[in-house]
Design a protein around this ligand. Structure first.
Ligand SMILES: Nc1ncnc2c1ncn2[C@@H]1O[C@H](COP(=O)(O)OP(=O)(O)O)[C@@H](O)[C@H]1O
Ligand SMILES: [Mg+2]
Length: 337
C-alpha cells in the first residue's frame, strides 16, 4: 500500500471524496444536532465523569478536585501515595492544553511522561495556572482534576512508550462513523492530542485494525520516535469499545460527538472525555471523507429509529469497514482536537 496518500489534493477533489469541511461540520452537524444546553455535559470533564458513572460506563478513577490555592500546600506530599503516577487536567480544558501526565516519583520529584522531572513548586505553579483559567475555554477560573494514570494495554509498547494512546470515535446520531487511534510521542509529552504532536492512525471499523497514520497533518506510516509500523495494530476489545462509544449519544444528548476512550490494562475501555466539536483530521488519518458515512446514517435513522447502542455499533461495523483511498491535508479549522 506504499504511497497511497498523495501530499496535496485540490479542494474540488476533496469534496468529491466526501471530505467534510469546517463550515459544513459547524452548520449541518454541530448546530443541527448538538443542543447548546447540553454542552456543559461534555465541556466540563467532572460532570462528564459523573454522568458516565451514573450510566454505568467506566471512566478513569478520580483522585481529587482542586478548587482553591489553599489546597496546594501539602499536595505533593499527599500525591506521593500515587506510586504509579497521576494526571492533572483542567476541568474545562481542550486539545491537551494544561494536561500534566506524571508517571512516577524519584525521591520528592515527579517524572513526566517525556522523562523530564518536576518538583513540588513546578506542580503548584502548574495547578495555579489551571485555577486561574489559563487553559479553560473562555479563560474563566477553573478547577483542576487529579485522575489516576491509566496504564495502557501492553500490546502497543513499541508505538505507545511515552503515554496513553486514546481512541477517538466520531459518533453521529448514536452511530460510530469513523475512528482513529492517537499515539502520544516524545513531542506530545504523554498526551494523545494531534495538536500536541501526537500521531493519529485510521481504524477499520469492522476489525479494529489500524490503517496508517498522520502527524502534523502529513501522512506517515511509522512511529516518529521508534519507527515501528503504524499499520495493522489490532485494538483489543474493539466491539466493546464501539458499543461504549455508541452509548455516549444517550449520555451526552449530542448528535454529533467525538468520544475519547482509553484502554486500561486491567479495566478495559474507559471513557476519557467527550467533545462537542470533534476535529476533522480524523478523515486524513483514515484516508476517507465523513460525508458519505453521515448520509448513510441519516438514511438508516429514517428507516429504523430507536436502535439500542449495541445494534447501532454492529450496524456501523458492518457498513463502515474501510478501504483507504488517497486524501491530502484538510483546511485549518476551529475544534476541540
Ligand atoms: N487519566 C489519564 N491517564 C493517562 N493519560 C491521560 C489521562 N487523562 C488524559 N491523558 C492523556 O492526555 C490526553 C488528553 O486528555 P483528555 O482528557 O482527552 O483532555 P483534552 O480535552 O485536553 O483532550 C489523552 O488523550 C491521554 O493521552
Ligand atoms: Mg481529548
Amino acid at each position: 500500500m506504499a504511497g497511497w496518500w498523495p501530499r496535496f489534493v485540490r479542494p474540488s477533489t476533496l469534496r468529491r471524496q466526501g471530505i467534510l469541511g469546517m463550515n459544513a461540520r459547524n452548520a449541518s452537524y454541530i448546530a443541527e444536532h448538538n443542543p447548546r444546553r447540553h454542552y456543559p455535559r461534555v465541556d466540563n470533564k467532572r460532570l462528564t465523569k459523573q454522568l458516565a458513572t451514573e450510566a454505568g460506563l467506566a471512566v478513569p478513577g478520580l483522585i481529587g478536585v482542586i478548587h482553591s490555592h489553599h489546597q496546594l500546600r501539602r499536595l505533593a506530599d499527599t500525591l506521593q501515595e500515587q506510586t504509579e503516577g497521576f494526571v492533572i487536567k483542567p476541568a474545562h480544558g481542550a486539545a491537551g492544553d494544561g494536561i500534566l501526565v506524571v508517571t512516577g516519583w524519584r525521591g520528592e520529584r515527579m517524572r513526566k511522561a517525556s522523562g523530564r522531572m518536576l518538583d513540588s513548586n513546578g506542580l503548584q505553579d502548574h495547578i495555579s495556572g489551571i485555577l486561574s483559567g489559563m487553559y479553560s475555554l473562555g479563560g474563566r477560573p477553573d478547577a483542576a482534576l487529579i485522575e489516576e494514570r491509566v496504564q495502557f494495554s501492553e500490546v502497543f509498547t513499541e508505538v505507545a512508550h511515552t503515554g496513553v494512546p486514546d481512541i477517538r470515535t466520531v459518533v453521529y446520531r448514536g452511530y460510530p462513523v469513523m475512528a482513529m487511534l492517537r499515539l502520544p510521542t516524545q513531542e506530545s509529552d504523554g498526551k494523545a492530542n494531534l495538536h500536541q504532536g501526537a500521531v493519529g492512525t485510521g481504524i477499520d471499523l469492522a476489525s479494529g485494525a489500524t490503517l496508517g497514520g498522520v502527524q502534523h497533518n502529513q501522512p506517515i506510516r511509522v512511529h516518529p520516535d521508534t519507527e515501528a509500523s503504524l499499520v495493522d495494530l489490532a485494538i483489543p476489545g474493539w466491539d466493546k469499545l464501539m458499543e461504549l462509544a455508541a452509548g455516549c449519544r444517550e449520555l451526552s444528548g449530542l448528535g454529533y460527538l467525538g468520544v475519547d476512550v482509553v484502554i486500561d490494562r486491567h479495566r478495559g475501555p474507559l471513557i476519557l472525555e467527550l467533545n462537542a466539536r470533534p476535529g476533522l483530521a480524523i478523515q486524513i488519518a483514515n484516508g476517507q471523507g465523513l460525508q458519505p458515512r453521515l448520509q448513510a446514517v441519516d438514511e438508516r435513522v429514517a428507516k429504523v429509529s430507536d436502535e439500542p447502542p449495541a445494534s447501532r455499533a454492529a450496524w456501523a461495523a458492518a457498513h463502515f469497514g474501510c478501504v483507504p483511498v488517497g486524501l491530502g491535508p484538510v483546511p485549518h479549522e476551529r475544534h476541540d482536537d
